[in-house]
Design a protein around this ligand. Structure first.
Ligand code: AMP
Length: 532
C-alpha cells in the first residue's frame, strides 16, 4: 500500500483541520490515487464502491476549487438516490466545518420545492442532487449551471440502471464546456464508457488494484450488529473468548479514542494506539500490551502497521475496513508464530455488501455468527471456570485449602456445597447487564404526530441551519432513512424535528454531541407545548 499523508495533497489548513476532526488518519487507496489527479484539474473516471472513501476523494479537490465570494453554483454532484445525496451532503458539511462561507444544498424529490428555492436564492456553491429534481429546477429556471466548473457523477452505473441517462446528458450539456468532469462508478459497463468518451477530456482511469493477497488461515467470523450495540457485543465476546491479547481496529482515530474510554469505563484493561500520539506514549502503550499489563489494544490501521506481538489471538474489526488489503493486514496481526487466531468483524446491516466484496477479492469465507445473549456469556463463563476448577483439583496441592474448608464446616456449621456455591458466586459475579432489546424507551408526550417523537435540538436559524442540514445529519448518522423524518421547525436558536417512534431511541443516542453544520448539538425529547 502506498503510504501518503493528507498533508501531501494541496489542501488548505481548514480542510486539513476538518479531516483531523473527522478522525481520518491517512487517505484511503482511492483518495491517494484520485486526489492528486483531481487537484490538477484532470477529468477522472474512478471505479470505486461505497465505503472506500470515494466521497471525500472527489469532495476535497472540489471544495478547494470553490470561490466563496461567488454565490453561484460552481460544483454539481449527481447521485442516484436521495439517501446518497443526503449522505454526500453530510460528508461535505463535515469537511466544510472551517469553511463556513461555502454552502452545500442537497436537492432531491420528495422535499418541498419552495424550501429548496429559498435556499438556492440565498446562494449555494455546491449542489448535490438526484437527476430528476435537478431537471425540475432547470426546467423552472430556478437553477443555473452557467458557472459550474466541476460536475461529478456518483454511482453512475446505478443512475444509468435507473433510467437517468437522458437526464444526465441533458444536465451535463447545461454546464460550460471547460468544466472538469468526474465520474465514479462501482462497475464499468459499456454505457458508462460511452458517457466518459462523450463528455470527458482525456480522462484518467483509476481503480484500486490488489496484489495477490495471502490470507492467513484463521477462523473468520462476522456479527451483524447495529452501531449502537457494538460496544456491548464487544464486551460479551471478550468475556466469552477471554483472549490473551486482543487487537481491535476502528476506522478513525476518534473512534479509537471513544472505544478505548468506553471499554476502560466498563473495567477492561484497554488502551488506544493511533497516529496523534507521541512516539514515547505509543512505545509505552506497546510495552504494556506486550507484557500483558493491558490485554486489549484499540488501533487505527496506520498505528497497527508493523505490530508484531505473537500473543495476539483475537482481532476485532469494530468497523468494516475501507479496503480489502486493510482487512488482510488487520487479521494478519493474529495467528503469528504458528499459533491459532481468530478474526471477528462487526457489520452494520447496511454494510453487508462491503463484507461481500472483501470475501470476493480476498477469496475467503467469513462465517456469520449469532449474537451471543447474556445467558450464553454466563454459561460459557461458568463452563470455563469449572474447567479451571477441575484442572486445579487434578493438579493437586490443595490440602491447605481443604483444611480451611473443613475448619469452616466445623466452626460455622456450613456444608461444603454452601461454601463452594458462595465461592463461585464471588468469583463469577454476574453483573446485571441489560439485555439488548427492541426500542421501548418512553419519551412521554412530546407533542408529535401519532407514531412520532418530537425532539428539541440546540441549533437553529442563527446557526445557518436549514431543514436539509437536519435531514442530512440525522439520516447520515443514524439508521433512519431521511425520507421518514417528519415535521421540522426551525427557530432562531433551536429547532424541532419529528422522527418515527421506532427510530427515536437510535436518533436520541446517536445524535448526542454530534455536529450539524459544524455546530455541536444537544438533543432532547420535546415537551408538549414547548415550541420554541
Ligand atoms: P464513502 O466511500 O465515501 O461512502 O466513505 C465511507 C466512510 O469512510 C465515510 O463514513 C467516510 O467519512 C469515511 N472515510 C472517508 N475517508 C476516510 C479516511 N481517509 N479514513 C477514515 N475514514 C474515512
Amino acid at each position: 500500500m502506498n503510504i501518503l499523508k493528507f498533508e501531501d495533497f494541496n489542501l488548505s489548513k481548514e480542510l486539513l483541520q476538518a479531516i483531523k476532526d473527522m478522525g481520518f488518519e491517512e487517505p484511503t487507496p482511492i483518495q491517494a490515487l484520485a486526489i492528486p489527479k483531481l487537484e490538477l484539474g484532470m477529468d477522472v473516471t474512478g471505479q470505486a464502491q461505497t465505503g472506500t472513501g470515494k466521497t471525500a476523494a472527489f469532495a476535497l479537490p472540489a471544495i478547494e476549487k470553490i470561490d466563496p465570494d461567488n454565490l453561484s453554483v460552481q460544483t454539481i454532484i449527481l447521485a442516484p438516490t436521495r439517501e446518497l445525496a443526503i449522505q454526500i451532503a453530510e460528508e461535505f458539511t463535515k469537511l466544510l466545518k472551517y469553511k463556513q462561507n461555502i454552502k452545500v444544498l442537497p436537492v432531491y424529490g420528495g422535499q418541498p420545492i419552495d424550501r429548496q428555492l429559498r435556499a438556492l436564492r440565498s446562494g449555494v456553491q455546491i449542489i448535490i442532487g438526484t437527476p430528476g429534481r435537478v431537471m425540475d429546477h432547470l426546467d423552472r429556471k430556478t437553477l443555473s449551471l452557467n458557472n459550474v466548473h466541476t460536475i461529478i457523477l456518483d454511482e453512475a452505473d446505478q443512475m444509468l440502471d435507473m433510467g437517468f441517462r437522458d437526464d444526465i446528458e441533458y444536465i451535463i450539456k447545461k454546464t460550460p464546456a471547460g468544466r472538469q468532469t468526474v465520474l465514479f462508478s462501482a462497475t464499468m459497463p459499456k454505457p458508462i464508457i460511452q458517457i466518459s468518451k462523450k463528455y470527458q477530456k482525456n480522462p484518467e482511469f483509476i481503480q484500486v488494484t490488489h496484489k495477490e493477497l495471502t490470507v492467513p488461515q484463521i477462523e473468520q467470523t462476522y456479527f451483524e450488529v447495529k452501531e449502537r450495540d457494538k460496544l456491548e457485543i464487544t464486551c460479551r465476546l471478550i468475556d466469552i473468548y477471554d483472549p490473551e491479547l486482543a487487537l481491535i481496529f476502528c476506522n478513525t482515530k476518534k473512534r479509537v479514542d471513544e472505544l478505548s474510554s468506553s471499554l476502560r469505563a466498563r473495567g477492561y484493561l484497554a488502551e488506544a494506539l493511533h497516529g496523534d500520539m507521541k512516539q514515547m506514549h505509543r512505545d509505552r502503550v506497546m510495552s504494556k500490551f506486550r507484557s500483558g499489563a493491558i490485554d486489549i489494544l484499540i488501533a487505527t490501521d496506520v498505528a497497527a502497521r508493523g505490530i508484531d506481538v505473537d500473543e495476539i489471538d483475537t482481532v476485532f474489526n469494530y468497523d468494516v475496513p475501507q479496503d480489502v488489503e486493510y482487512y488482510v493486514h488487520r487479521i494478519g496481526r493474529t495467528a503469528r508464530a504458528g499459533r491459532t487466531g481468530r478474526a471477528i468483524s462487526f457489520v452494520a446491516p447496511k454494510e453487508i455488501y462491503k463484507l461481500r466484496s472483501i470475501q470476493k477479492f480476498a477469496k475467503i469465507r467469513i462465517t456469520k455468527m449469532p449474537i451471543p445473549s447474556i445467558t450464553d456469556v454466563e454459561e460459557i463463563k461458568i463452563k470455563n471456570f469449572m474447567e479451571k476448577v477441575k484442572l486445579t483439583i487434578n493438579e493437586g496441592n490443595i490440602e491447605k485449602y481443604a483444611t480451611l474448608v473443613e475448619q469452616m464446616m466445623e466452626k460455622d456449621e456450613y456444608n461444603s456445597v454452601e461454601i463452594a456455591a458462595a465461592l463461585l458466586k464471588n468469583q463469577l459475579d454476574f453483573q446485571q447487564k441489560e439485555e439488548i432489546k427492541s426500542l421501548d424507551v418512553e419519551f412521554g408526550d412530546t407533542g408529535a404526530e401519532p407514531g412520532m417523537v418530537r425532539f428539541y435540538i440546540s441549533v437553529g436559524r442563527d446557526d445557518q441551519i436549514r431543514p436539509g442540514d437536519i435531514v442530512g445529519a440525522f439520516a447520515g448518522e443514524t439508521n433512519m432513512p431521511g425520507k421518514l423524518i417528519g415535521a421540522i421547525d426551525i427557530y432562531p436558536h433551536n429547532s424541532f424535528v419529528e422522527v418515527p417512534m421506532e427510530y427515536a431511541k437510535d436518533v436520541f443516542n446517536t445524535m448526542q454531541d454530534r455536529t450539524i453544520r459544524g455546530k455541536e448539538i444537544s438533543i432532547s425529547p420535546a415537551k408538549r407545548g414547548n415550541f420554541k
